[in-house]
Design a protein around this ligand. Structure first.
Ligand code: PHE
Length: 477
């Protein structure tokens, strides 16, 4: 039986919303678009870096655990919120809360987060585009290891070029978002995601035939728990949030465009599986290759992809320059596409708000947000060179943006969304969304609800308390 509250909420929702007209045309398109948001530099760049610096397989196991108990439940929570409102994030919170408790202000989260995240993400996306260009021109051939490091340092600290490449990626992103949900975002995902998989498969096959493949596999799949520290646990949680794009209402924004017959739980699991698979496959490309060059270690940190790998590709295939060329080109193109499908979702988060709330046309809204991101992004980019000395709380501008997004907004946003769906929203509405008005069985519903109501908020609070130094059972880095 419907509770009075749910009837009131529904009536409220009808009054305050004119339903959105844009939407994904197909279920496959919806999954690919969400997977496109999830699969990004987080998988191909951040995951191998984190795995490398945190000791390999043990980190991966903890990461997968966090995906299951935190990442996927929060993702489905975002789907519930977004699809119920079926318009934009503000309206979703407004209609689900019945206008109480100021929850509608959560609608601003994707706007703030969208600006912040796109601004610094597009800097790294710009580097990948430049590296793809260099690979295309065979610019990596015939250099020694020290030269790659010097080249990267010179490029990333240059006052102009990194910003130009960043501007190029923002422009491409903007063009796709301006085209609209179906013609831009969905079509872009339908073209780029299969290509991305093709590149990954080709690269994994090449990598597994290299002489260091067995050591790479051992590093990835044989856990050494003696290497696990509190820092490993924190990094694994951060990686799970970042990789699934949860906590910023980005997925809420996409879920507003879902059709009513999308199975939210199943699709959440599918996206998480695709995302984890791509991360693992990226590890399978990178670590065997790194171990194939004597003396190189997998813990090079963020420079792994931009300094270690170009060197690896040239050395490993030194006898066959054509293979070195193809491998590098495919790898950086893979990074570019992964970065683009994610940055599209970042721009959409903020652009959708101005389009829906302020009634600005979609192209104008996309261009406006992009221009602001270009300004902020230039500051982030310059923080590797001219503005390297500008520090806020002892962090460069780039690091500050990354900290605000990954360490603050993502966990806080996730916590608020779990509390909202677990404790504030009428349970009946939540069940109706998950079971598609009772037409699906959804065997994991109770488990999911339990995780959202108790486990996820508790985990996030504990980690926060630890960050604030309230207790010392997880040692700080
Ligand atoms: N999940 C994306 C990645 O792995 C990053 C992202 C974060 C995308 C937040 C959208 C929102 O690269």
């Amino acid at each position: 039986m419907k509770s009075v509250r749910s009837v009131v909420n529904n009536a409220n929702a009808k009054m305050i919303t004119t339903k959105i007209t844009a939407g994904f045309a197909s279920k496959v398109g919806a999954i690919l678009a969400v997977a496109g948001s999830a699969v990004g530099l987080g998988n191909v760049w951040r995951f191998p870096t984190e795995t490398g610096s945190n000791g390999g397989a043990a980190f991966i196991l903890i990461y997968v655990l966090f995906m299951l108990i935190l990442g996927v439940p929060v993702m489905v929570t975002e789907f519930v919120i977004g699809r119920h409102g079926h318009k934009d994030v503000t309206h979703s919170f407004l209609s689900l809360s019945g206008g109480r408790g100021g929850w509608r202000w959560m609608g601003l989260l994707p706007v703030v987060a969208g600006f912040l995240v796109l601004s610094y993400y597009s800097v790294v996306a710009g580097w990948t585009l430049y590296y793809a260009f260099e690979a295309g021109l065979n610019g990596f051939a015939g250099k020694d290891a020290a030269q790659y490091a010097a080249d990267f340092a010179a490029f990333s600290s240059h006052p102009v070029w990194p910003s130009v490449w960043m501007a190029l990626t923002v422009t491409m992103t903007c063009a796709i978002v301006a085209l609209g949900v179906r013609r831009g975002i969905e079509r872009g995902a339908k073209i780029m995601m299969p290509l991305l998989f093709l590149f990954i498969v080709v690269l994994v096959c090449c990598s597994l035939t290299l002489p260091g493949a067995d050591r790479g596999l051992t590093f990835l799949f044989r856990p050494d728990f003696s290497k696990v520290t509190g820092q490993t646990v924190l990094s694994a949680m951060g990686q799970a949030f970042f990789s699934l794009s949860v906590g910023l209402c980005c997925l809420c924004t996409y879920a507003c465009y879902f059709r009513k017959d999308v199975d939210l739980m199943k699709d959440g699991l599918k996206v998480a599986t695709i995302d984890t698979l791509v991360a693992l496959l990226s590890g399978l490309i990178i670590f065997p290759a790194v171990y194939s060059v004597p003396g190189l270690q997998p813990d090079a940190g963020p420079s792994l992809v931009f300094i270690t790998l170009p060197n690896v590709f040239q050395q490993v295939f030194s006898g066959v320059p054509l293979l070195a060329y193809i491998f590098s080109l495919f790898f950086y193109l893979l990074l570019v596409m992964a970065a683009l499908t994610s940055s599209i979702s970042m721009l959409e988060m903020a652009a959708a708000y101005f389009h829906e709330e302020w009634r600005v046309s979609r192209p104008k809204s996309a261009v406006g947000v992009s221009l602001v991101c270009l300004l902020l992004g230039t500051a982030c980019s310059l923080s590797f060179g001219l503005l390297a000395e500008v520090k806020v709380f002892d962090m460069t501008i780039f690091d500050l943006f990354d900290f605000l997004v990954a360490k603050f907004l993502m966990p806080v946003g996730s916590l608020l969304m779990c509390l909202f769906v677990g404790w504030v929203v009428d349970k009946e509405i939540v069940r109706q969304e998950i079971t598609n008005q009772g037409t699906l069985r959804s065997p994991f519903y109770s488990l999911w609800f339990f995780l959202v109501r108790y486990v996820a908020p508790l985990c996030i609070l504990l980690i926060f308390a630890n960050e604030l130094g309230l207790f010392g059972f997880i040692q700080k880095p």
